[in-house]
Write a protein that binds this ligand. Structure first.
Ligand SMILES: [Zn+2]
Length: 394
């Protein structure tokens, strides 16, 4: 008897989540379309929709087109029904934002600080959150989930950054530390480049792609791999550490991980800056930053362009290897170095030159089209997946 009522409770919840997800995916959508999509009866849909409207989760948007009878009322998720908090970590930088359910950013901040102490990082995240909800006049209880993206080896089950040479972290339980500082708000930890790949898959150039690889070209270099429409994580969740593939085992520069000649030690932002400082005459070594190199005055300097071209050629070798290994339909480049046209052109040329025509002719190598940092949008996507599994939002 009890078991039966439990099953009917589960079914009720399942149908409710199903309807809410269809409204999210298909909005603006009419009630009869929800019934068709879910296989539920029109009266069952009406009951669930009325509940969702009553709670403020769903709103009636406008009248749709008539298919003979009355014009149907179109439904959508109420973007202000709840909110999510997104945090993106990288070496010496934290980007944080509060999103509404529609993906609009209500408040955003980019902090530069020494990220080697996790306690300070967590305090910074908490401090921003406290300020942001006051500035944006939000009810703390309506911010339901935090999506947290970090570099390094990530265990998303235990919520730990197991190892990050860039953050200089070892076995840091960042999910629980952050959740504690945010008064128990649930936190979902994701690798930053996996977050970027998820963002591309939902909102970017990866929307129609089942097999693509998102590569972040920054201080670290890593790859978010989407195979058959799903994130490929590897056995322990550590797949995609492209930056620590060995390029020059002998005589290569030392990597932050302790090895020599790792790909990111040869092609990452720090190496590019170091080379420019030592090889290019008339450069102000004190003030030069990567933005001067990829988009500012230095981007037209012939010696700088040579270094960017050489770096792009080396990255192109790694991309060629990925093409041969996975046969993706697309490679999406993001991160600071992807803003340098000369470097991207060199990647494309080298990658295509080094792979079979059959593989290279069908692949598109593009830079992200997202206006905001894809990893940050990925924190929103990560949190939203969790929010849409919750029974009630408020
Ligand atoms: Zn390394």
């Amino acid at each position: 008897m009890q078991r039966g009522s439990r099953n009917s409770q589960d079914l009720k919840l399942f149908n409710r989540l199903l309807v809410r997800n269809v409204i999210r995916e298909k909005a603006p959508v009419a009630r009869f379309e929800i019934a068709r999509e879910t296989g539920l009866t029109p009266s069952a849909v009406t009951v669930i929709v009325n509940d969702l409207i009553g709670e403020g989760a769903v709103s009636e948007m406008r009248l749709g087109r008539s298919t003979g009878g009355r014009r149907p009322v179109m439904l959508g998720i109420n973007p202000k029904a709840a909110f999510v908090f997104g945090v993106r970590l990288q070496k010496n930088q934290i980007e944080m934002a509060i999103f509404d359910l529609g993906g609009t950013i209500l408040n955003k901040e980019l902090q530069t600080l020494d990220t080697s102490d996790p306690t300070e990082v967590v305090e910074e995240i908490g401090g921003y959150f406290d300020r942001a909800i006051i500035e944006s006049d939000l009810d703390r209880k309506k911010i339901l989930w935090c999506g947290l993206a970090s570099p390094g080896l990530i265990n998303s089950h235990s919520g730990e950054v197991v190892r990050s040479s860039n953050l200089n972290w070892l076995n840091v339980p960042i999910r629980d530390l952050t959740s504690h500082r945010l008064d128990g708000m649930p936190v979902q930890l994701e690798h930053n480049v996996t977050a970027a790949a998820l963002a591309e898959m939902e909102y970017g150039v990866g929307k129609q792609c089942m097999n693509f690889i998102s590569i972040n070209l920054s201080v670290g270099i890593s790859a978010g791999i989407i195979l058959d429409g799903r994130v490929y994580r590897g056995d322990s969740g550590y797949a995609g550490e492209l930056g620590h593939m060995t390029l020059f085992p002998v005589g290569g520069p030392r990597c932050a991980c302790g090895q020599y000649g790792c790909f990111e030690a040869v092609c990452g932002v720090n190496r590019v800056l170091e080379r420019i400082k030592t090889e290019v005459r008339s450069v102000d070594v004190e003030t030069i930053g990567i933005h001067d190199v990829v988009a500012g005055s230095l981007s037209r300097n012939p010696q700088v362009r040579n270094i960017l071209e050489e770096t792009g050629g080396l990255i192109g070798i790694a991309v060629a290897n990925l093409l041969s290994l996975f046969n993706p339909s697309m490679i999406v480049l993001s991160g600071e170095l992807s803003k340098a046209d000369v470097l991207v052109n060199a990647i494309v040329a080298k990658a295509k030159q080094m792979t079979f025509d059959e593989v290279s002719s069908s692949v598109r190598i593009v830079t992200t089209e997202m206006k905001k940092e894809p990893q940050l949008i990925g924190t929103y996507v990560t949190a939203m997946k969790k929010v849409f599994m919750l029974d009630h939002w408020v």
